[in-house]
Ligand binder design. Sequence first.
Ligand SMILES: C[S@@+](CC[C@H](N)C(=O)[O-])C[C@H]1O[C@@H](n2cnc3c(N)ncnc32)[C@H](O)[C@@H]1O
Length: 365
Amino acid sequence: MGRVAELAGVSVRTLHHYDDIGLVRPSARTAAGYRAYSADDVQRLREVLAYRRLGFGLREIAELVGDPAADAVAHLRRLRGLLLERRDRVDATVAAIDRELAARGRGLRVTPEQQLEMLGARLYDVIGGAYTATRRTDPRIATRIWDALGDARTVVNVGAGTGSYEPVGRDVTAVEPSAVMRGQRPAGSARCVAAAAESLPFADGSFDAAMAVSTVHHWKDPLAGLREMRRVARRVVVLTFDTDEPGWQDRFWLTRDYLPEFADVLDGFPSLAGMADAIGARTEPVPVPWDCADGLFEAYWRRPEAYLREPVRRAMSVWTRVGPHAERRAVRHLGDDLASGRWAARNGDLTALASADLGLRLLIA
Ligand SMILES: C[S@@+](CC[C@H](N)C(=O)[O-])C[C@H]1O[C@@H](n2cnc3c(N)ncnc32)[C@H](O)[C@@H]1O
């Protein structure tokens, strides 16, 4: 054990701990009858230590190395992908630091999003802890997604988060890059792979269908991610957002009257037509029910007081992206207008509607 510890660069205590919790058990015996590491044990130890170095928790590692479908080559591929991603993030951090230095040099203000970028942090590793307070499957939106999946038996859910909208009764594999989000998946939910949409660790045509819900606008390269979905699955179902229509910002009173900065958040996001084109999809509107159970940005269009509540806002990435200044202003103005009756005077007609088309679209290919 001492020799293995020395070679692996860990303490004997660590090896004992891994043995105690059943993560890496020395299964061979020395001539003198002592327990020793076989070649397979060493390979497993190497995988455990590599995942550990990448920041995975022991429970997650146990799941990863215990996966009977993953052999040594699959682990090497996955580790390689994770390391390349880490290298990209370091490069991106250096670039972000350079940009911030240049901006500060010119006396410009640095937005919170730029500051997060500098940390090299994934947005959902920073804000994901607040997600489950209000984000869950809305049954009506789910029906639309599940109908679009057709008779698919194997489904990959990309940008899966905490598992909302994952269909039951099908064989689901989740893909989620944020450790914070993966850590909040309920016990017994679908197996979850740490990866990003832009580089899915699956062979061509591995699944009957690929789905992605409320996530494409977070991807570094949405079109590349969509093409990856197309590559690994015969059917693709994506819930996303339409910014093609001129004046789309005015569809929703919150962006129109209180948070025009929302448009900047989606700056550079591909057009709906472009995304549909990339995968050969048709598009269908998905109205938001007035009592939508999933606390997404548009969910409370008929319940405006909800936006005054901090936990509601913290589960919507938009507010972090626009920054505290815009957030405080929007909330103050909305609060004032609700108290004065101005909001009701402008939007009173909404109370008669059971659902509203606020730009959510299903892409089906
Ligand atoms: C708003 S959540 C949606 C989660 C889930 N699909 C749902 O409907 O609740 C967006 C998710 O996209 C993930 N994400 C961000 N960048 C990603 C990428 N490049 N590839 C895949 N997922 C990504 C985030 O970590 C986050 O969990």
